[in-house]
Design a protein around this ligand. Sequence first.
Ligand SMILES: [Zn+2]
Length: 123
Amino acid sequence: MPQMPDNSRTKLLYTAATEGEAQMLVDHLASFEITASAQGGTLSFARGDIPLTQQTLPQVWVFERDYTDAMQVLDAWVQEAVDQEPGEDWTCVSCGEKVEGVFDQCWNCGGARPADAEEDQAT
Ligand SMILES: [Zn+2]
């Protein structure tokens, strides 16, 4: 028998909360040339009186050979999502208006949020 590596084995990478999240992760992995597939969720189970469990949530599967790479991409992806949480209120450098952290632009003058908001910067 030729020593062919078994490239067809897959491994569960991530259990998503929603199909949209699973699909986003599949697309994200694809941009790193990692093949992934989303399974489960409403794609493969009939709604009924079965309680929602981990098994009925959409799962993202990758080839075992890509698992380590995929795990790193997943970690960065999760971290990115955390970083996108609304931050502290910031002060517009153009007009001095105080802007809520959920906004990336000043509501008053349209100025962009400073990349590294430091309100007590020495002048
Ligand atoms: Zn402003």
